[in-house]
Ligand binder design. Structure first.
Ligand SMILES: NC(=O)C1=CN([C@@H]2O[C@H](COP(=O)(O)OP(=O)(O)OC[C@H]3O[C@@H](n4cnc5c(N)ncnc54)[C@H](OP(=O)(O)O)[C@@H]3O)[C@@H](O)[C@H]2O)C=CC1
Ligand SMILES: CCCCCCCCCCCCCCCC(=O)[C@@H](N)CO
Length: 347
């Protein structure tokens, strides 16, 4: 699964995993997959009915239903106090121990052209996409990185914090202005944390001598392409036709495929994780200063991707230009008005 003779860098059996947005789409598929690998799983989202049906599904798919425990917490993670409550409740449920793995999947996309979408909705996108992830990371890391004196240290395996981003953090597509910036911000946070965490991991090696965190921590970020989820169905209803055309190269994957591919990459110990070939090319052109999974492979990928994108970026811009030339403005009856005020159907 993770390569012949190689160590599994992401063992989950018997470990406690928290999945935000775990009641639907990719998060739910991750929950079911990890239940099948023997993890104890807590799913977090707002709607209770979906959380309850996810817990039922995990019970059915559990590797060892006698031993494994499942739990849900209803919370709106745009509120940082709610994230603190989630980590505290999970710790209580787990007999006083913090979770081992926290995977941020919460979020949804509201597509539309920048000037068409009310600025309040764009702020909401930042709240649901960026802040649910940043709040969860903040509560989790404050707990994980709290100093424990040498006498209080116990043997804890490595912990993992996982963000779910989008390949739109690597490549701009017209019509994703309310959403892509929030995902790009998650990527930037992930890169920053992947460096900052090294200080704590360094201190952890001296835990027999000085106060140190209770475990070594690793950060990862997943960059899916389209995912065939309820959230995707909703965004398709309001997505501009131009956006649909520009993302034609994307063949959306099922949540189960995305979960399986992501978990296999975590088992190989990867940091920035893509789920298919086109996504990998998009990553290659935007690798910048992010840590590499494989120095040689990623460098060659970035050279080839940069050649491919010499053609792709002008092509995307030309398509947008020609769309306007052929079809005119999306809302010619009320230019400059937002979609809430102007319900004119698009041509
Ligand atoms: N679908 C796609 O094409 C792509 C999606 N992604 C990203 O992957 C992740 C999963 O997407 P997808 O599978 O479509 O998800 P879905 O839209 O199917 O599910 C979203 C989940 O997030 C929860 N959620 C939303 N807002 C909040 C909140 N404020 N607090 C707590 N939970 C919340 C929802 O539950 P509830 O509403 O009950 O709170 C639900 O469990 C997201 O981060 C998304 O941005 C990335 C690339 C492509
Ligand atoms: C060979 C290389 C060619 C590269 C061409 C570039 C094609 C762009 C495809 C854009 C795909 C966007 C996927 C993410 C969607 C997403 O995050 C939203 N659906 C959110 O829900």
């Amino acid at each position: 699964m993770f390569g012949f003779g190689r160590k599994n860098e992401f063992p989950v059996e018997g470990r406690v995993v928290v999945i935000t947005g775990g009641s639907d789409g990719m998060g739910r598929a991750v929950a079911a997959n990890l239940a099948g690998r023997g993890a104890h799983v807590v799913v977090v989202a707002r709607r209770v009915s979906k959380l309850q049906s996810t817990v039922e599904e995990m019970r059915h798919k559990a590797l060892n239903s006698m031993k494994q425990r499942f739990f849900y917490i209803s919370a709106d993670l745009t509120d940082p106090a709610e994230c603190d409550r989630v980590i505290a409740e999970v710790t209580g449920w787990n007999y006083g121990s913090a979770p081992d793995i926290v995977w941020c999947c919460a979020g949804f996309c509201h597509p539309g052209f920048f000037t068409d979408v009310p600025i309040s909705v764009q702020r909401q996108q930042m709240d649901t996409v960026y802040w649910t992830a940043a709040n969860t990371a903040h509560s989790t890391l404050r707990n994980w990185l709290a100093p424990v004196p040498p006498s209080g240290q116990m043997k804890n395996p490595r912990r993992h914090l996982i963000f779910t981003c989008s390949t739109l953090a690597f490549t701009p597509i017209a019509g994703y202005g309310p959403y892509s910036p929030a995902k790009a911000a998650i990527r930037s946070l992930s890169d920053t944390l992947s460096q900052e965490i090294e200080m704590y991991n360094g201190a952890y090696t001296q835990r027999h001598r000085n106060s140190a965190p209770a475990a070594d921590v690793k950060i990862h970020t997943i960059f899916p392409m389209g995912i065939l989820s309820a959230g995707f169905d909703n965004e398709q209803k309001i997505k501009p036709e131009l956006t649909k055309m520009l993302e034609e190269a994307d063949k959306p994957q099922t949540p189960e495929e995305v979960a399986q591919i992501s978990i296999s990459a975590l088992e190989r110990g990867e940091y920035l994780i893509t789920t298919m070939f086109v996504g990998n090319v998009m990553k290659g052109t935007a690798l910048g200063p992010s840590p590499r999974n494989a120095p040689v492979g990623d460098t060659v990928l970035s050279w080839l991707s940069n050649l491919v994108f010499l053609q792709v970026i002008p092509d995307l811009r030309n398509k947008a230009f020609n769309w306007g030339k052929t079809n005119g403005l999306p809302h010619p009856e009320c230019p400059g008005r937002d979609e809430m005020e102007c319900q004119t159907p698009q041509s």
